[in-house]
Design a protein around this ligand. Sequence first.
Ligand code: ATP
Ligand code: MG
Length: 330
Amino acid sequence: MTTGPLVDAGSRARHETTRPVLEVRELRKSYGDVAVLRGIDLDVRAGEIVSLLGPNGAGKSTFVSIVAGLRRADSGSVTIAGLDAFAQPRAARRMTGLAPQDLAVYPVLSARHNLRLFGELAGLRGRELAARIAEVARALRIEPLLNRPVGLLSGGQKRRVHTAMALLHRPKLLLLDEATAGADVETRGYLFDVVRELAADGSAVIYSTHYLQEVEMLGASVVLLEAGTVIARGPVRELVAGHSTPTVEFRFAGPAPLVVAEPGREGFAECHGDLLRIATPDPAATVAATIPALGEDARRLRGVEIVQASLETVYLALTGRRYGTGGELS
Ligand SMILES: Nc1ncnc2c1ncn2[C@@H]1O[C@H](COP(=O)(O)OP(=O)(O)OP(=O)(O)O)[C@@H](O)[C@H]1O
Ligand SMILES: [Mg+2]
């Protein structure tokens, strides 16, 4: 075990001296008048797992689909392992594995047949293909399902087969778009093991999700997308240190009053409907100072919550929105 960190550090250093697996420059895409991607720049290195976060409609799936060659960009460039993905789409696609957000399985065919078709498209043949099917089936625990028509599997089982198809050829660039949607906790564990293993082997991974917990489980760095723009990029720890302080939230029956009891903190308080939110380095002191200052409004107080600095408060600081109670973006 003592050699673990040394091996990791060595392999990271090796990857950093080489060109990134994915290089995206000034990527733009509009649907009619609506700009969905507004000039995205992103590098992902070998061994790196990037979590793509952002609210519904931020452009995550559009981005992933363009990188995978399924949709066309209006302008910009995508380079995968040094190949211009727009000029050489087939070669680029062979190096890429994509599990789209919407399931893309043939329901009447068996899981094995689905995997075989997909593997052949990725250039695998014969024994190698059979060995890879066995490998992903073992990793994602779908061995007992291989001979059943995919249409008859449960939602989570279908998702596993669908994801296995993206992993089959051990792609240099793996794109998983909400791969754990509908998956149970165990399945998520199997999937993350495979993703970590591929990354350790030198693949670059982009993983879109609404669950902050998953970012930490994967040891991923973060790309935060908002309305087609990257608004933050980096390791979770750096983002938290750079963008976020704890916040105290006072919830009222009816509209929240803008009460700031601590001198100099006026700019750190804001009201959103029934919520008074104060960003503060010392939440306990802010609670203690604010409650007596509420006066008559204290009778309408329904709850006080301290939100510690985390990826959640980074998101709050950057977008003004909170995560849902399940830890997902809202
Ligand atoms: N084929 C299309 N035609 C028109 N508009 C589209 C099309 N595909 C996506 N959009 C729009 O582009 C925007 C971004 O969609 P996208 O699916 O990339 O978001 P997302 O970040 O993946 O969201 P979610 O978290 O809901 O999956 C949305 O406003 C969506 O309505
Ligand atoms: Mg999406």
